[in-house]
Design a protein around this ligand. Structure first.
Ligand SMILES: NC(=O)c1ccc[n+]([C@@H]2O[C@H](COP(=O)([O-])OP(=O)(O)OC[C@H]3O[C@@H](n4cnc5c(N)ncnc54)[C@H](OP(=O)(O)O)[C@@H]3O)[C@@H](O)[C@H]2O)c1
Length: 289
């Protein structure tokens, strides 16, 4: 049988003394798919560059960022648990990062500035659009964690009316305070109120393999026939929530697209090429899951 590991699917990239450098800061970072997908693009476009995992403990975060900047890196992605610290460290913030209170992409500018972007929410919107579903109308988000913040901000920016529902009510209200215009629906009520929405997005870790409840399969009994159901969990590919939606004949959007699309902006800034999210990349990253 042929070797289908991601490493076997692409030739190794040659790196010269002029290589452009970027990486992903996390603690731990070994679970991150970002090195795979950025190095896929580097190989695909024949770019002289490298993207590396950077395991950095929270106490060393600022020191590590300034060290990377001093070493000539173009920037870095930031994952758990550093997204708020990156927000605090950035000297300039894009609109979504400002509203989300978190940064997942750092760009080191030639003049020493550190630009912070939040691309998760825009990545989510792009993944919906590439699946053929322009987000519109009223959206209900399950969850009020970090991912929910970014997705809610991006949807509001596109004129959607957004509501959140969360197991811990106080966290949903905190999000509503940060994002004016956001509604809060009690966790125990959302299934009955679902008929009022055109988009449902699971931004919790429910339904995720190895998560708090991998079997999470809420009732979509009250869903309107035009409801689009999206899940940002991408392991498994079809979560029980998406399976339920498919069974009801509703349109669905899988979570992997968000992961791939959120990476595009950073890649373009660091490596000077707008990379494509296509079936080859999706298959390559999926083979690693
Ligand atoms: N596709 C992508 O590109 C992408 C990007 C980012 C994140 N994600 C995925 O999104 C998920 C959330 O990430 P995050 O960074 O937002 O995490 P987070 O900040 O820790 O938030 C976790 C959310 O899940 C809820 N939750 C956890 N356990 C629960 C339970 N047993 N019952 C009900 N709600 C529960 C939490 O509710 P409480 O407030 O009540 O605890 C909270 O709303 C993860 O699965 C992550 O892998 C995917």
């Amino acid at each position: 049988m042929s070797d289908m590991t991601p490493q076997a699917l692409l030739p190794r990239q040659i790196i010269t003394g002029k290589a452009r450098l970027a990486g992903v800061l996390g603690w731990p970072v070994s679970h991150s798919r970002s090195p795979l997908l950025h190095n896929y693009w580097l190989a695909r476009y024949g770019i002289d560059g490298a993207y590396v995992p950077l395991p950095v403990a929270p106490a060393q975060f600022a020191e590590a960022v300034h060290g990377l900047q001093a070493a000539g890196f173009r920037g870095a992605n930031v994952t758990i648990p550093h997204k708020e610290a990156a927000y605090a460290l950035a000297t300039e913030l894009d609109h979504t990062a400002q509203r989300a209170g978190a940064v997942n992409t750092l760009i080191f500018e030639a003049n020493g500035a550190i630009r912070g972007l939040s691309t998760d929410g825009d990545g989510f919107v792009a993944s919906m659009e590439s699946a053929g579903h322009k987000p519109q109308g009223k959206a209900l988000l399950l969850g009020a964690g970090g991912a929910a913040r970014s997705v809610a901000a991006a949807l509001q920016d596109r004129g959607l009316h957004v509501a959140v529902t969360n197991r811990t009510d106080a966290r949903a209200h905190a999000l509503a305070e940060a994002l004016p215009g956001l509604d809060v629906v009690p966790w125990a009520m959302w299934e009955q109120q679902l008929g009022a929405y055109s988009l449902l997005v699971n931004t919790t870790s429910l339904g995720m393999e190895g998560g708090p409840d991998p079997m999470f399969r809420p009732s979509l009994h009250h869903a309107a026939p035009h409801l689009v159901v999206a899940d940002i969990v991408y392991v498994p590919r079809i979560t029980p929530l998406l399976a339920e939606a498919e069974q009801k004949g509703l349109k669905t959007v899988e979570g992997l697209g968000m992961l791939l699309h959120q990476a595009r902006l950073g890649f373009r800034e660091w490596f000077g090429q707008d990379p494509e999210v296509d079936a080859g990349l999706e298959a390559y990253v999926r083979a690693s899951l």
